[in-house]
Design a binder for this molecule. Structure first.
Ligand code: NAP
Length: 488
């Protein structure tokens, strides 16, 4: 619990959510705000203004929240009285982004002199119109903050357009580009593990590290999001943002401090050091996949092309695996394997840092041994494990892999906030460290664009993989070629 004075900016807080009736707002944002409220992490003056196009009155809106949001608060955290108190903070403002008059109504609903946080949880195509109209309605002042959801644009040009337009009304220090992976406790802990200890740092480089794998596997298919997803694909939806941000945290140099710019400068250097893909590299080092009918969660599920709203013959990738390189002294010749997909065998996000084998195989009973690995699990559970070799008890000298489990759950008997809750609290407190700066975002697109364009030039069908599997065979071959395999 934070003391009220730490939160008290002296201004009432108006959190204004665009897309306030949408899936993200209902499943994540309102539950995260409820949790922040429950734990005293919102200023007492907070009001949450949700906008949407439906002409709901307040009671219809609250009924919608009851039906679509309440269920996403874990039972143990739910308290009827607190929930009712939280509902008192909520206001619904009907608003169509295209209608300037609706922004005047929003200006009426927002308190004069309030600190305004605008959360843009809509398609990015609406961001420019929203920011322009907010400014026209006099809602943007130097205390205002704006949170931008991903994906921010669909290529470098559109990301630049959005950044320029938002930047006309908000200073960079007022802009919070959110990537919820940066809000995960384990990802933030990776910074502490790397830079708060001296044990790993000397090892954290080539040639001690032989490879890094980053997997973000989803069990779900595209579901009702096919309309959005088909124009996006896994590269734009996941790799350009989440996977690259994770890569940055693994690969960055120690920042000089934890100030937002010191951390973001180091991440930017990583993004700028990512080796660019030429057409031949794309053909050799990337794998696109698309799921076909299979079994997921013990149920037969349709293939991507059979999903509602997917155009016949779509070549959109629902899976990507690729081999990237960070061209710096630290990471010379160390492959970074990235993999993400929908309808994979199970939901699992993890970073695996594989250390080089000992230079000389001393134990003939276990020739080759198994590499030491640091495994950072992000989903479904967060955990950090160090896999090392130990002697199997007995008279021989047989080695076996054992895990040193840095069990943070039992080490710290305290609640771990969800990523959205943590990041929303950061926004309220004005902490930018775990948000992306403009140049970072654009550097990520600069790397991703040639790959996406190259796929367009090659115009190949994505490789098929069965729903419920770990992706196409080609993704396994990508690593096998270098003597590695994916760690599930
Ligand atoms: P969604 O369910 O489609 O919600 C988008 C909202 O935008 C709708 O509720 C809609 O409100 C509103 N909207 C559309 N046109 C509008 C207009 N002209 N004026 C005012 N409001 C308008 O989408 P979502 O899944 O919540 O995602 C929102 C954003 O977050 C997207 O950029 C998405 O990529 C990103 N995101 C989503 C997730 C997720 O898990 N859902 C995760 C990460 C990022 P009304 O229909 O009520 O008017």
């Amino acid at each position: 619990m934070t003391s009220p004075t730490e939160l008290d900016t002296g201004l009432p807080l108006d959190m204004i959510i665009f897309g306030g009736m949408g899936d993200l707002a209902m499943r994540k944002l309102l539950p995260a705000l409820y949790m922040a409220y429950l734990h005293g992490n919102l200023p007492a003056s907070t009001r949450i203004l949700s906008t949407g196009r439906q002409a709901f009155d307040r009671s219809a809106y609250l009924a919608h929240v009851e039906e679509h949001s309440r269920g996403f608060i874990a039972g143990a955290n739910f308290n009827e009285q607190t929930w009712n108190g939280f509902l008192q903070l909520l206001v619904y403002v009907p608003l169509d982004v295209q209608e300037a008059a609706d922004f005047n109504a929003l200006a009426q609903a927002s308190r004069a002199g309030a600190q305004r946080v605008f959360y843009l949880s809509t398609a990015p195509a609406l961001f420019i119109a929203i920011c322009d109209k907010l400014a026209d309605a006099g809602l943007v002042d130097r205390n205002a903050r704006v949170v931008l959801e991903k994906p921010l644009g669909r290529d470098l040009a559109s990301a630049v357009d959005i950044n320029e337009a938002v930047g006309r009304h908000f200073a960079e220090s007022q802009i919070y580009r959110i990537d919820h992976y940066l809000g995960k406790e384990t990802v933030q802990n990776l910074m502490v593990l790397r830079f708060g200890n001296s044990i790993l740092e000397p090892l954290w480089r080539a040639p001690n590290i032989s490879s890094v794998q980053i997997t973000v596997a989803e069990e779900v298919g595209v579901g009702s999001r096919a309309g959005f997803y088909d124009g996006t694909g896994a590269m734009r939806d996941m790799v350009q943002n989440h996977l690259l941000q994770l890569l940055c945290i693994v690969a960055m140099e120690p920042p000089t401090s934890l100030t937002p710019d010191a951390v973001r400068d180091e991440k930017l250097k990583v993004l700028r050091s990512l080796r660019r893909f030429r057409l031949a590299d794309i053909a050799r080092d990337t794998v696109r996949g698309q799921y076909v009918r299979g079994v997921s969660g013990n149920q037969e599920v349709p293939g991507y092309l059979e999903e509602r709203n997917v155009p016949p013959g779509s070549k959109t990738e629902t899976f990507v695996a690729l081999r990237a390189h960070v061209d710096t002294w630290r990471w010379s010749k160390v492959p970074f394997y990235l993999r993400t997909g929908k309808r994979m065998a199970r939901r699992s996000s993890k970073i695996v840092v594989e250390f080089a084998n000992p230079p000389f195989p001393l134990f003939p009973e276990t020739p080759g041994g198994v590499a030491n690995r640091l495994v950072i699990e992000l989903q479904p559970e967060e955990a950090i494990k160090l896999q090392i070799m130990a002697k199997q008890p007995g008279t021989g000298m047989q080695m076996q892999q054992v895990e040193l489990n840095l069990d943070l759950q039992s080490a710290f008997q305290q609640r771990r906030a969800e990523a959205y809750e943590r990041l929303l609290i950061d926004v309220v407190r004005g902490r930018l460290t775990h948000f992306m700066r403009r140049d970072e975002l654009e550097a990520a697109w600069e790397w991703a664009d040639p790959i996406i364009n190259g796929w367009g030039t090659l115009d190949e069908k994505p490789h098929a993989y069965a729903a419920g599997s770990w992706g196409p065979a080609e993704a396994f071959a990508l690593l096998a070629r270098d003597g590695f395999s994916w760690i599930e």
